[in-house]
Design a protein around this ligand. Sequence first.
Ligand code: GDP
Ligand code: GDP
Length: 391
Amino acid sequence: MFKNLKDRLGGFKGKLSKKLEEELEAVPEEELRREERAAASPPPTTTKAPEPAIETPERPAPPPAPVDRKAQRADRRAKRKGRKEKPPRPKKEKVKATAPTGDAAFTDSIMGKMLKEKKLDDLLDDLEVLLLESDVALPVAEEIKEVLKEELVGRRLKRDVDVDEFIEAALRDSIRKVLSVDPVDLDVYVREHEKPVVLMFVGVNGTGKTTAIARIAHRYKKQGYSVVLAAGDTFRAGAIEQLTIHSERLGVKIIKHKAGSDPAAVAYDAVEHAKARYKDIVLIDTAGRMQTNVNLMDEMKKIQRIAKPDQVVFVGDSLAGNDAVEQARKFEEAVGIDFAILTKIDADAKGGAALSIAHAVGKPIAFVGTGQEYDDLEVFDPDWMVDRLFA
Ligand code: GDP
Ligand code: GDP
């Protein structure tokens, strides 16, 4: 999963860390000392304490006890190369660069080397290229780059921060940001919403829409809810049959009409059935011929008007990369989607669609399909993705 993107991000992280190490190496000792002294003794004219909100040093600078910086740097280098032996160094706790990185790793006023914008630009362009090559949508790649740049430029890295860890935390932050859209917790929604909860699934044929519906049915049946399927793809030969097979395997009710009949009527019947029999959840399948097809979008609007789904779920194929993002946009424009399910990520090396959809459409990915079984549906959140990219 995401192997290609993961490897390339790892390579980028290495290059950026190396660059930063060089920068740190280049700081003249006297300059650091001077700043250290300046930080230790603030100008006495100031009577009022500075507002703590922005530029206050985290703690008073330590007395100018000689800290062996050379040894620290050597240690960092050795750590990077994975060497075992440690050069002697003063006991000092490493500042862990955990997210959010901002103030844990940086200081605006103590010491360390300021990162110059120019020096970073080339490297950040490399990042953008690798993201684009991984099928990340352009605005999303740009956003990741900009957020990372904001985290780095013009700020000073504390001497005792592990550069590699720090870069990873900054990268994690920038990626988490583009993934962070108001999250949906469908379990909570289903639990708290008035029944029946009606979900309408939209998406192009072959993306795994039918499988996704079956998996959602399985998930909520396991949680003790009664589920009704609506065979609303009356257009494609075989779609009704396919959903029927799932309903039999899962032991859930299916409402279906003849092939070619009005899908809105099927959806309506399913909702009426659920109301009459006190069923909890209705899952409406829909046709998925070309997303640009005007008739299809009109059909989606009609189903929506008549069945009044509580949530519209876009199902996208992560292997389709940017196409999946375009499809999501089209359905968002036509019917408005509430969240996405991204299928086949078990087979996706690039990760572009997973990184792009939420930012491009402004709606979160709630689940991902991770295999061929009914259980292969995982709750998606930004940390889940970020953890997989940096595992
Ligand atoms: P639909 O035309 O959109 O309804 O697509 P289907 O549900 O029939 O799925 C199309 C194909 O994708 C089938 O062969 C599924 O087994 C496969 N598929 C669906 N979801 C996943 C997934 O999460 N991982 C993998 N590897 N295959 C999947
Ligand atoms: P059950 O008692 O909930 O299993 O439902 P039935 O045994 O009454 O269903 C028998 C047949 O009627 C099945 O083929 C269903 O698809 C169909 N059916 C049941 N309820 C409805 C409904 O509300 N609308 C439509 N169109 N068909 C229904």
